[in-house]
Design a protein around this ligand. Structure first.
Ligand SMILES: *Cc1c(COP(=O)(O)O)cnc(C)c1O
Length: 404
């Protein structure tokens, strides 16, 4: 991707603009904002109470840079239970300021200027920004609508000896899809053959609607890969997750990175000089939540499944093509049938037009793509279905009234 001349490449600068402009325009028009993906409810009450108690009881100074020992132990236990991974909490778990910092530290520790980073597109905007800060090259491989799977040959070809890392977000933002076994196998084989590190962004690990999430780094017979490949890939994978989506605490900025000791040590060296450590009382509160996941995480997934289904059904009733979501907060649909009706040429123009004419704010999926491939996603809009049911019903009624 060409550099835009500043620190942020042209696409990254464009993305941050469209996210902010959509929210600002939505506020001016009193629109229901299903653009940005954050919940409109709090996390588990025991977790928020634990944060207050931690502050009152004097847990208010730096924790070790690697994170509070209680939270590291809770992360290791959660990964053993859900993914069959055996992690030493002292050397294989790093607490970070959100998944954002975990991803940043992972990339900075693994990727050098001029290296290639393979990513499935569309992708979370931070990936392109950090790769551009490093002076490395993003190699986006498109997930092709309407099913959002990659062309297997194109994915294979993306890997070369220059590939330092591959970024995998599963369950996927923005499409709501989950990684299929065939794509997982190509990524694992090519990463191994080209000596690339796998960085998995699993912030939606507890937001699967049908069955459990399986990490690319899963062990204990849980992986869909053959056992030898699974063991090899776990040895080169950094797994990123966070409290933001699982415990509805996007404003707390508590995330973590796990993986083999050498890779975590590298990321830890960088992370120490980014933020040192996140808020001590909030680390303790998240530890409390991770130690007591039930019934919260099951209820969360079931509730999100109902919300996403509500949005899917409403959009299908409008005659739109909708990609079946299997997880995450999002639903994507092809709104191009409405381009003519609203007098817009593409989904970049549709976004503000929807706000003005229907009172609903959505983000164009092409804003999550590289300039080279953006046109592939034209027409597709992302709906953040992580809001309370009555908010979603109101938004869907507004679309129906204005567009049906
Ligand atoms: C929300 C999100 C993040 C950022 O998570 P934080 O823990 O809030 O930093 C990272 N990746 C994806 C795909 C996300 O949707």
């Amino acid at each position: 991707m060409a550099s835009g001349g500043g620190l942020l490449d042209a696409t990254g600068a464009f993305r941050s603009t469209i996210f902010d402009e959509t929210s600002a325009l939505a506020a001016r028009h009193g629109a229901v904002n299903l653009g940005q993906g954050f919940p409109d409810q709090d996390g588990p009450e025991a977790m928020t109470e634990a944060a207050v108690a931690a502050i009152r009881s004097g847990q208010n100074q730096y924790t070790p840079a690697v994170g509070h020992p209680r939270l590291r132990a809770a992360v290791a236990a959660q990964q053993r239970e859900t993914q069959g991974r055996e992690l030493d909490p002292d050397t294989q778990v790093l607490v970070t300021c959100g998944a954002a910092e975990a991803l940043t530290a992972a990339l900075l520790s693994v990727v050098k200027p001029g290296d290639d980073v393979v990513v499935l597109e569309p992708y979370y905007d931070l990936y392109a920004a950090v790769v551009s800060f490093i002076g490395a090259n993003l190699r986006p491989i498109p997930l092709r609508p309407p099913h959002f799977t990659p062309d297997p040959e194109e994915l294979r070809q993306a890997f070369t000896p220059r590939t330092a890392a591959v970024l995998v977000n599963d369950p996927h933002n923005p499409t709501g899809t989950v990684l299929d076994a065939a794509t997982a196998e190509i990524i694992a084989r090519e990463a191994l053959a080209n000596d690339a590190v796998v960085i998995t962004d699993e912030v939606y690990e507890h937001l699967r609607f049908d069955g459990a999430h399986t990490s690319l780094a899963a062990g204990g017979g849980r992986s869909s890969l053959d056992p030898e490949l699974a063991a090899a890939i776990a040895q080169r994978t950094l797994v990123v997750s966070s409290a933001s989506k699982t415990f509805r605490a996007t404003g707390w900025r508590i995330g973590w990175l796990t993986g083999p000791r050498e890779l975590v040590t590298g990321a830890r060296a960088i992370k120490t000089y980014l933020t040192h450590s996140p808020a001590a009382p909030l680390q303790l509160a998240v530890a409390q939540a991770l130690e007591n996941p039930r019934p919260w995480v099951e209820d969360l997934a079931a509730e999100q499944g109902r919300r996403s289904a509500l949005v899917v059904n409403a959009l299908r009733d409008l005659g739109l093509t909708v990609a079946d979501p299997a997880g995450s907060y999002y639903v994507v649909a092809d709104f191009s049938p409405f381009h003519d009706r609203l007098g817009v040429r593409d989904s970049l123009e549709l976004s503000p037009s929807l706000i003005e004419h229907t009172g609903v704010a959505l983000l164009p999926v092409r804003a999550f793509a590289s300039a080279r491939n953006a046109a592939l996603y034209d027409g597709w809009m992302r709906v953040a279905a992580c809001k309370q049911e009555e908010v979603l019903v109101e938004a869907m009624n507004r679309l129906k009234t204005s567009l049906a």
